[in-house]
Design a protein around this ligand. Structure first.
Ligand SMILES: Cc1ncc(COP(=O)(O)O)c(C=O)c1O
Length: 387
């Protein structure tokens, strides 16, 4: 676990605190201190804190471990976000009538920073997260940061917290950009002010059993998305409603839930926080991103890799029978990477899939990890070097 003394020591070593932040009053520090200090982004360019934080890198899991700084910027009526700045990581203060608290006006993203053997630090396709946030913001009637502002905020957050980027092969720094209606509003309408905030946490595997095969449950009572709804964007309102199905499935020993479409109750949509692929022979099928499922960045990347490897990839409606009849099934997502599915249970019937020997998911995973670690050429420029 992180040690307080080490944290403070590194914090002092790696920073030069400036004056009280203009928006600092908006945030309360982690220690509930009244001091609200912000730091100039340039304070981190010296690279003085390359040393890794004090943490058990071998047992990271996927839980919040506070890092040192978060990036914050706000915008009001003109829809333009002011120059962002790094604040010490900590609680934020919101008006009780903030749009996000009352009406769920908020979206988020998830991306990762990796450390390579040679010490290089990389982000994975942050521009794609920026584009997705813009699309989601539009759907939720929110202004969004420009692509450059978004990528800059992610980059600054990663660099400011570089000592929390795990050693190669141990995990990554999960980076969570958040866009919320922070201004007060009582009658239902878009909030008068928005906050774009980026925080991070070192993570290992998302699922408890690492990359071992998942046991999924097809939900036949609850749905995740509806036609014309917001299933296709990363709205915060998509996640609490699936907790019921998820916790129920977990309590029965399943790893996650697969949702079917709410109209026919027949077509595969996705899992709680990842996209799903079905393999049959040389064919790989996955549902189209036509509004109900999240257009995953890992999904898009995996489709590219699979096509390059000569698989026939189809984005089309996949009936549940076809899912159950697949040779292999796997899930993709920033948090989970590419993870094989060992079994799926539907209406009391359990179907098992190939997970050992030469599998398609392992083939695709090896390629992605090869590029991520720098062992294979990054021909498509997916990894952005930040240091
Ligand atoms: C509902 C949902 N589907 C799919 C994904 C995978 O998307 P990505 O590969 O961009 O992480 C996520 C995670 O972001 C998600 O929350």
């Amino acid at each position: 676990m992180m040690q307080k003394g080490g944290y403070l020591l590194n914090l002092i070593r790696s920073s030069s605190f400036g004056s009280l932040s203009k928006i600092g009053a908006f945030y309360a520090s982690r220690a509930a201190s009244s001091a609200q200090e912000a730091c100039e982004p340039s304070a981190y360019s010296s690279g003085s804190d390359d040393e890794c934080g004090e943490i058990d890198w071998d047992n990271l899991g996927f839980g919040i471990k506070p890092t040192d700084y978060m990036y914050v910027t706000k915008c009001t009526d003109d829809g333009l976000f002011e120059q962002g700045q790094l604040n010490r990581y900590g609680n934020i203060e919101l008006n009780p009538s903030a749009g996000v608290l009352n009406y769920g006006q908020g979206i988020f993203e998830g991306t990762k920073a990796f450390r390579r053997e040679d010490g290089g630090l990389f982000l994975f396709r942050p521009d794609q997260n920026a584009i997705r946030m813009q699309y989601g913001a539009d759907r939720m009637c929110m202004p969004s940061p420009s692509i450059d502002q978004f990528v800059d905020g992610v980059k600054q957050t990663a660099l400011a917290n570089r000592r929390w980027i795990p050693p190669p092969g141990k995990g990554s720094l999960y980076i969570r950009p958040l866009l919320i209606g922070s201004g007060p509003i009582l009658g239902l309408s878009p909030a008068p002010e928005y906050t774009f905030l980026v925080y991070s946490s070192p993570v290992g595997n998302y699922f408890k059993n690492g990359l071992s095969p998942l046991n999924l449950y097809i939900e036949d009572e609850f749905h995740r998305a509806t036609r014309g709804g917001v299933g296709g964007v990363k709205s915060i309102t998509n996640y609490a409603p699936v907790l019921k199905a998820l916790t129920r499935a977990k309590s029965r020993g399943f790893s996650d839930v697969i949702y079917l479409d709410s109209v026919h109750k027949k077509y595969l949509e996705e899992a709680t926080s990842c996209n799903v692929f079905v393999v049959k022979g040389n064919h790989i099928s996955t549902p189209p991103t036509s509004g109900n499922i999240l257009p995953g960045i890992t999904r898009k990347t995996v489709i590219d890799i699979a096509r390059d490897h000569g698989y026939q990839v189809e984005e089309r409606a996949v009936p549940v029978e076809e899912l159950l009849d697949g040779d292999e099934v796997f899930c993709t997502g920033t948090a989970v990477s590419i993870v094989p599915v060992g079994s799926i249970t539907y209406l009391g019937k359990r179907v098992e899939y190939k997970t050992t020997g030469e599998t398609v998911s392992r083939d695709l995973y090896s390629t992605l990890i090869g590029i991520q670690s720098g062992l294979a050429e990054d021909k498509k420029g997916w990894f952005l070097q930040i240091e």
